[in-house]
Design a protein around this ligand. Structure first.
Ligand code: OGA
Ligand code: NI
Length: 349
């Protein structure tokens, strides 16, 4: 990608002044038919009340499990409220990410990593400058937070916030995965056991999308699915996440203090297509920079993920996916270009 390989920060480029249009390397022409519809409440992401998942009332619990099952079957995305993660921790994490992106290109260099998917720490711009056909309108910093915790040691409060934030999101994700297991009619620890959850991979990806002079000419993250089991996402006050639902793009404008949770490819493999990993994307805006933080939770990297034999037996189904280790899957997904959409097709029987 000739002239832009030396752009290591889109933020720096966009603040250097005079960007009144989207440079050609970033031009992403969106088909007008592919724009999001209005925010029709009929088509808004379902809400799950986390506090009811741990309720001692059997009625409340069966109701919320039923809602969760529906959300997983019909949407693959849901909003999680009353999850107990403190507002100041969520806001603090966003502020620390903001401070990270505010460091100079020079200061960030030490954290750029080798650009391998499983780098413990990396930061940069777009997705993969070597293979991206269109550059993405975003900068990122990514860390592996579990089974070993890694973090940049700058800015000052980043590490501490990231340690606490990823610990708490993992606790929430653990409960969510238990509940999902139950919605499938399995033991609550079935998914965790078969995915070696105790050693599971947790990746925190923070995205910085600068305000864009022509938002319909660029893309933050193109349509893709996440590779893991469940991802928990938060954002600053700016919206931009769009979710595919019944052939339409639905906006998630954010609800203060809520997580948006989505199911990933390993969940689709495990459930033999019962629960789908839903395509989503991040669009950009011309008002203010958007920061989002996605924390992805997956199996332990050496786990060979297959459709659950217990589920197959009960449903009288044959597996529609061949087994693949989570690590190989991640590498397969990243080796494609930014059209990561069809990675599951590679292992479909
Ligand atoms: C991601 C992602 C969406 C967003 O990081 O995988 O889908 O809204 N992010 O930033
Ligand atoms: Ni995603």
């Amino acid at each position: 990608m000739a002239s832009t390989t030396n752009v290591s920060s889109l933020k720096a480029l966009s603040e250097s002044g005079g960007l009144t249009s989207v440079p050609s390397e970033y031009t992403y022409a969106m088909n007008p038919n592919d724009q999001a519809d209005s925010n029709d409440p009929e088509h808004s992401i379902p809400t799950i009340d986390y506090s009811l998942l741990t309720s001692t009332s059997p009625d409340q619990r069966s109701k919320v499990l039923n809602d969760l099952r529906k959300a997983c079957e019909e949407w693959g995305f849901f909003m999680l409220i009353n999850h107990g993660v403190k507002e100041n921790l969520m806001k603090g994490m966003i502020n620390e990410c903001d401070a990270f992106f505010n460091m100079t290109v020079e200061e960030k260099k030490e954290f750029q990593g080798t650009k391998n998917v499983l780098d413990p720490i990396k930061c940069g711009t777009s997705n993969n400058l070597e293979i991206d056909k269109v550059l993405l309108w975003r900068d990122y910093v990514k860390i592996i937070a579990h089974p070993q915790f890694n973090s940049p040691h700058k800015p000052v409060g980043f590490r501490e916030a990231a340690l606490e934030y990823t610990k708490r999101t993992r606790e929430v994700a653990t409960e969510v995965v238990k509940a999902i297991s139950e919605t499938l009619g399995l033991e609550s620890d079935h998914i965790a056991k078969s995915m070696n959850w105790d050693q599971g991979l947790q990746l925190m990806a923070a995205n910085y999308y600068p305000a864009c002079p022509q938002p319909d000419q660029a893309i933050g993250i193109p349509p893709h699915t996440d590779h893991g089991l469940v991802t928990l996402l938060i954002q600053n006050q700016m919206g931009g996440l769009q979710v595919q639902h019944k052939g339409k793009w639905v906006n998630w404008n954010g609800v203060p203090n809520a997580f948006v949770v989505n199911l990933g490819d390993q969940m689709q493999i495990l459930t033999n297509d019962k629960y789908k990993s839903i395509c989503h994307r991040a669009v950009v805006n011309n008002v203010a920079a958007r920061i989002s933080i996605a924390v992805a939770h997956g199996p332990a990297v050496d786990t060979v993920v297959v459709p659950s034999p217990k589920l197959l037996e009960r449903e009288g189904q044959s597996p529609v996916y061949s087994g693949i280790s989570y690590k190989d899957y991640i590498e397969l997904q990243q080796s494609g270009n930014s059209n990561m959409k069809s990675c599951l097709d590679n292992i479909r029987i």
